[in-house]
Write a protein that binds this ligand. Sequence first.
Ligand SMILES: [Cu+2]
Length: 349
Amino acid sequence: MTRRGVICTLRRAVLALLLASGPAHAQANQEDCAPPHRIEWPADRPLWSLCWISPDSSSGIDGSGLELRDVFYKGQRVLRRAGLPLLNVNYDPGGCGAYRDWQSGLMDFETDGILGPPGSRYAEPTKPPRTMCDDAGQAGGNFQGVAAEKTSGQLVLTTQLQSGPYRYTQKWIFRPDGSIDARIAFTARVDPCNVKPHDHHAYWRLEFEIGDDASDYVEAASQNSSAAVSWNRIRTEASSRNDAVRGGTWRIQSASAQRGYEIVSGPDNGRADAWAAADAWVLKFHPDELDDGGARQGPGGSAVQLDRYLNGESVDGANLVLWVHATDRHDGNDRCHFVGPTLRPVGKW
Ligand SMILES: [Cu+2]
C-alpha cells in the first residue's frame, strides 16, 4: 500500500472509531434530527420546527448544554444552531478564584412523560418538570435529558446540568407569536467554597440564518435621549457592553427577506464587568468558532476569550453569530433566578 493509501485507511479507521464511540460532541446529521429530536409545535398547525440535542451530545469543547439546530418559525429559518457553550464562575477577592464550567454534564430531575426505552433522553411532561430550582440544593429525580412541555401557549424545553458542585437549569421557551426565551438559572450542591460571594456568567451562541442567503446584518439600539429608538448598524466584528446599547437591544435582519429578530437582554441579565469581557459579540460565522478555543487551563484562562475572534471582518451582509451574556450573583444565597435574552421577530414573517 502506498503512503497515501495507508493515511487514507487510517483516516477511515479513525472516523469509524469516532462514529462508533457514541454521540459525544457529534456533528449535526440527518439522524440527529430524526424524531424525537425534531419537534413540530403546535401539533395541529405547527408554527415552530426545531431540532434539540441533549447536553451530553452537544457541540463545542465543553459542550453547549441544551442545544438547538435548524429552528424554523412559520416555515422560515431563524437559527442554524444555538446553545450555551460558555459558562464560568468568578469569586470575589478572597473567595475561591475563577472556574470554567462544562455544559455536557447531565443531572437528574423529576418529570413524567418519559418516552422511549430505558435511558431515553426525551420526555413530554404533562406538568412542569421539577428541577433543583424547585427544590434548591436537593439532588434527585428520575430522568436525565430534555423535557419538552407542550401547552397551548408555549413549548418549554428544560434540562438540568451539573458541573462539579454547580447545578444549572437551562430552558428554551417558544411562543406562537415567534418569541423565544433563552434562560438559565444557577444553583449548587452547597460546599465550603460556593457559599462565598461569586458571579455566574453565561454566554449563549446564537447562529442566526434569517434570509438563507448569508447576507444578514446587525444593528444595536442607540443609547441616546430621544424617545424614538434609532439603530446603529454594525459594519465589522465588534463586542459591546449593554451600557452602550439602549435596553440591551440588538436586531439582526435579512435585507432580502425583510425580516429578522430583536435580541433583548434586559437589565435583569446584569452587566458584564471587566472579567466578564462583554455583553455581546457580533461575529462572522466560522465553523471552528463553536466555543472560544477551550483555553480554560492556565492563569486567568477561565475568563472567556471571545475577543480573539474580533479581527475586523465585515458583518454587514454575512453569515452571522451573536454571543449574548447574562450574569447572576450569589452572595450568601444560591437563588435559582432565571436570566437570559429574549428573541422577538420583526418584519415580515
Ligand atoms: Cu452560585
